[in-house]
Ligand binder design. Structure first.
Ligand code: BGC
Ligand code: ZN
Length: 374
């Protein structure tokens, strides 16, 4: 079968290659599920991997099949797999696989203390191929009504984990009722975080660099959020006009905003950081003011990465609610399709495209229609 892979650490090494087709029996104990890919989404992590800045190959291989945002259809299963994952089922696979730490052993590999093993990113091949096989416990079923937008479930799970972490942490307050939130960044994660918060009736201000109106600000406003450009306003001014913010979700990928957010977070507030910011960036901050604000205001700053299976399941529920309350909105995030597994130039171009919200590779015909070219 065909797959898109890189040689990790080598910029510009992205290529299409032929690899053996996996089979259900690759997973022991009858728990294997063979899935045909329909769509695979691309994000900033894939960009870093294609630039040779991130990613590691599985032991014994000198290449890494990329792609961690999957949507596929079950083709075959082992005897121990339950019927909700039977042939024809629409499924999304989680990304991280357990290691040996106590968190991994409890199914909480998104909190692992070891080097993370992540499909399509680190040490495990990903999904940008015709088929994959995995253990049923790492797959999440979706209703057929989400077949066009289901490729958004993995980024949705990232936003869900961030919001869920805030909720877990704020149990300390007994009666946390967030009324106002800010989201920084209007890319896929920022917009999905905005959606999750709006579905909970929270007043959301989205702050991003580009002045409105454009596609992303339209999407924020379409679900009742207020969009402000950081070229027209400061975070502090936004907080006096639209705050105090009980929750700030940082998803801009621009680390100085994390410290601006820390400076304007409301009393008892929680600041969730989700940006994976490589390289180095030095800034000056008013350390006394931020420190004192956190102390006197009982504030929390928390980092979040990856997602649990439960976050994926919550994501399915919210995607269904989104389709009910805001029909067609999720589909408007799917800006940049790429056709098939042969056009690596289109993949690279999509990763560079600043106007894209979600770029994704369209792979699947219906089950049975794809010829096996091993
Ligand atoms: C993925 C996460 C992963 C993180 C770090 C993100 O792009 O969506 O699942 O944990 O990269 O590798
Ligand atoms: Zn990702």
């Amino acid at each position: 079968m065909r797959a898109i892979a890189v040689r990790p650490g080598v910029a510009g090494s992205i290529h299409t290659r032929h690899v053996p087709r996996p089979s259900v029996g690759d997973v022991p104990g009858g728990h294997g599920v063979l899935v045909q890919l329909l769509r695979v989404g691309l994000d900033g992590t894939d960009k870093e991997i294609s630039q040779g800045l991130f990613g590691t190959a599985p032991e014994g291989d000198d290449y890494l099949i990329v792609g961690h945002e999957s949507l596929g259809r079950v083709i075959a299963t082992g005897p121990q797999v339950s019927s909700e994952l039977g042939p024809g089922a629409l499924v999304v696979a989680t990304v991280r696989r357990p290691g040996d730490s106590v968190y991994d052993q409890l199914g909480m590999q998104d909190f692992t203390t070891e080097a993370a093993r992540e499909r399509g990113i680190n040490l495990l091949h990903g999904y940008l191929s015709e088929y994959y096989v995995d253990d049923a416990r790492f797959l999440v079923p979706l209703p057929q009504s989400l077949s066009t937008v289901g490729v958004l479930l993995e980024p949705m799970s990232i936003a869900q984990k961030g919001v869920q972490q805030a909720i877990e942490i704020q149990r300390r307050l007994r009666v946390w009722r967030p009324a106002r939130a800010a989201v920084t960044g209007a890319g896929t994660i920022g917009l999905l975080a905005t959606l999750i918060l709006r579905l909970r009736g929270i007043d959301v201000t989205v702050l991003s660099r580009r002045p409105r109106p454009y596609h992303n600000s339209d999407l924020a406003e379409a679900i009742g959020a207020t969009y402000l450009s950081t070229s027209d306003t400061t975070f502090a001014a936004a907080a006096s006009a639209r705050g105090p913010f009980d929750l700030i979700f940082e998803a801009s990928g621009y680390s100085p905003l994390a410290f601006e957010a820390a400076g304007v977070l409301g009393t008892n507030g929680v600041l969730v950081l989700s940006g994976v910011t490589g390289g180095e960036r030095m800034i000056e901050v008013d350390a006394n003011a931020i420190n004192q604000g956190f102390v006197l205001g009982n504030k929390v700053m928390v980092g979040t990465v990856n997602a649990s299976r439960d976050d994926f399941v919550r994501g399915v529920t919210d995607m269904l609610r989104a389709e009910a309350f805001h029909p067609g909105w999720l589909g408007r995030l799917l800006t940049t399709p790429i056709h098939g597994l042969d056009d690596c130039a289109a993949v690279v171009a999509a990763l560079e495209d600043k106007g894209a919200i979600k770029a994704y590779v369209e792979i699947g015909a219906m089950p049975g229609a794809v010829e096996d070219r091993r």
